[in-house]
Design a binder for this molecule. Structure first.
Ligand code: ADP
Ligand code: MG
Length: 258
């Protein structure tokens, strides 16, 4: 078996100190394989974003370890691309300049940056909008620009925190298919947080269900559905069965059954 791409080993995260200490993640152990797409679901506050931000190197862990390629995470790096729900584009830069931003930091010259940016803008269907400013774009287009920007620096891990959460259902489905199309070519490792159970099942190899208070692993649900994922799969009884299992794991409240 190959070494995992991402590992949580008895990872614990406590915010604050002493009387103000809050255990966001109690003890999380989880391996994510190279080239795997996992989705992370669970009730609000169960530590989904905290877990991802520790992989991104944006927040530290309090105990245990978070490893990427077997190396403890100590800060952000170009091997990990992060995409948040709010598009976080620079409003004073054009679409292309936004995508080029990370490449400049990587030391690419103007010509290389231009070519790389245009390549990824074409990939997300935004080539015609390269010179537009973010404020003139729809929500879906802004998010595609953010995706192009994350892809352009060529990270081996994509960390996506409810990236399609603010978009309408149709745009969401399109972006899910686009993510899978791209993945089928580059097989990056993807950790994708969502509160949409259908989305969680549709794009994933495995759905990680977290529980709250303190944040911890509740269940891992294998999505034994073939790739490429299609509309036919989305509408199949097998899909519905897995979807219902995830729904129950996240939302079922036994104490309210009576
Ligand atoms: P999720 O993404 O699953 O909704 P989060 O990872 O954002 O949950 O948060 C997990 C818990 O940690 C929540 O109870 C949240 O209030 C708390 N938390 C998150 N960030 C901080 C912080 N910087 N300081 C204190 N508590 C925090
Ligand atoms: Mg969150």
């Amino acid at each position: 078996m190959t070494a995992p791409k991402i590992s949580f080993k008895n990872t614990r995260k406590v915010f604050g100190t002493d009387a103000d200490a809050f255990v966001a993640i109690g003890d999380l152990t989880l391996d994510i394989a190279d080239g795997e797409i996992v989705t992370v679901v669970g009730p609000s506050g169960c530590g989904k974003s905290t877990a991802m931000n520790m992989v991104a190197g944006l927040i530290s862990y309090s105990a245990g370890e978070v490893l990427v390629d077997g190396t403890p995470v100590t800060g952000p790096g170009p091997d990990r691309g992060v995409i948040f729900q709010q598009y976080a584009l620079f409003p004073w830069m054009t679409v292309r300049e936004n995508v080029e931003f990370g490449l400049k930091i990587q030391g690419q010259n103007a010509q290389e940056r231009h070519e790389t940016a245009m390549h990824y803008l074409s990939l997300v269907g935004l080539a015609d909008f390269a010179d537009a400013y973010p404020k003139t774009l729809s929500g879906g287009m802004k998010q595609r620009c953010a995706i192009a920007r994350a892809y352009a620096v060529n990270p081996s891990v994509l960390l996506m925190d409810e990236p399609f959460g603010a978009l309408d259902a149709l745009t969401r489905v399109r972006l899910q298919d686009q993510l899978l199309d791209t993945w089928s070519k580059d097989k990056r490792t993807v950790m994708f947080i969502t509160h949409d159970v259908d989305e969680a099942v549709y794009i994933a190899h495995r759905v990680i269900v977290l529980a709250a208070n303190p944040g911890r692993l509740q269940e891992i649900i294998d999505v034994n559905l073939p790739f490429p994922r299609t509309e036919e799969i989305r509408l199949s009884p097998e899909f519905t069965e897995i979807r219902n299992r995830v729904w129950r794991a996240v939302y079922h409240r036994p104490e309210r059954a009576a």
